[in-house]
Design a protein around this ligand. Structure first.
Ligand code: CP
Length: 332
């Protein structure tokens, strides 16, 4: 028998945000609605005291600019206190386990953990085994998932793409195999009703059997990008260049780089996205990254609103869960 989804309360509210397993279209639409509520008419962030009196702890075991900083900004916009744990100077370097570290931080009254970790499954492990009553938000785990990136991509598409989700063609380009963003984007696009999802890249950077997720696979950029509405360029992981999986930067750009000429094959009103950090001249030309069709910096701003929404919703879900739990313990 399938276990109840740890991310949800018994009544179906979000209480962790780890990946898209067990989530429905309604959950994603609720996140988008709440995120839109934190944006003013010009896309500016609106402060709301939804997390007043709480402490959010950021645990980033891998480097990050956008995710860590926008989580910090988002928590402060919701009136939370934020503590960034300096992993490189923490006692994990002396051999302390993740379990012990979290239990100690819990004893310091942490109300929420945002975690990025190199191991796939780290966030789920924390939610299941370590602190099920504290919201765990996944800021990216291994190749597995980056769900808040996917939701900020969905908010960007909802607000900036020329047509509604059900009418869009969306192409993800580059290193699909190692990309947690690609996995989460595909799951979210499907839940929101996008029918034409394309992945474009060399065979060596394409996960085997990806077609079973309902995407079309292209190894030729000019074919894959034709007439799409949304182009999502993915980061080429420099550590893979020159390996058996990938030749040189120059060779990659020649075959799969998002140039002006290739973008011209997409619909004229197509938008260009990239999760960052970008390798200009490798997966994307500077002239495209900085063009009028690029919404890359809007993605970053929308990331604050999405992270505010996910933090507020998981905090409310855990509070509701605690009330349900104490009600069930009242003797008859
Ligand atoms: N998109 C993204 O995850 O960027 P960072 O690695 O800078 O957080």
């Amino acid at each position: 028998m399938r276990q109840p989804e740890i991310q949800l309360t018994p009544s179906g509210q979000l209480r962790h945000f780890i990946d898209f397993d067990g989530l429905t279209t309604a959950h994603l639409e609720a996140i988008l609605t709440q995120a839109n509520g934190y944006l003013g008419p010009q896309g500016e962030i609106i402060n709301r005291p939804d997390l007043a009196g709480t402490t959010v702890m950021n645990l980033f075991f891998e480097p990050s600019t956008r995710t860590r900083t926008t989580f910090e900004v988002a928590a402060k916009r919701l009136s939370a206190d934020v503590i960034n744990i300096d992993i490189a100077r923490s006692s994990t370097t002396k051999g302390e386990s993740l379990l012990d570290m979290l239990q100690n931080l819990e004893a310091m009254s942490a109300d929420m953990f945002v975690v990025r970790h190199g191991s796939s499954g780290a966030a789920r492990f924390m939610a299941e085994k370590v602190c099920p009553t504290i919201p765990i938000i996944n800021g990216g785990d291994g190749w597995h998932a980056h769900p808040t990136q996917a939701m900020l991509d969905m908010l960007t598409i909802q607000r900036e793409a020329p047509r509604p989700f059900s009418e869009l063609s969306v192409a993800l380009i580059g290193d699909i195999k190692h990309s947690r963003v690609a996995r989460s984007d595909i799951a979210a696009l499907k839940l929101l009703g996008v029918k034409d999802i394309r992945v474009i890249g060399p065979r060596t950077l394409m996960p085997k059997g990806i077609e079973r997720f309902g995407v079309q696979v292209f190894h030729q950029m000019e074919q894959g990008i034709k007439d799409v509405d949304v182009v999502i360029a993915l980061r080429i992981q420099n550590e893979r260049l020159g390996s058996a999986l990938l030749s040189t930067k120059e060779e990659f750009y020649k075959l799969y780089g998002l140039s002006e000429q290739r973008l011209a094959l997409a619909k004229p009103d197509a938008i260009v996205m990239h999760p960052g950090p970008m390798n200009r001249g490798v997966e994307i030309a500077s002239s495209v990254a900085d063009s009028a069709q690029s919404v890359i910096l809007k993605q970053v701003n929308y990331g604050i609103a999405v992270r505010m929404a996910v933090m507020a919703m998981t905090h409310a879900g855990q509070s509701e869960s605690a009330i349900e739990q104490s009600a069930s313990e009242v003797p008859l």
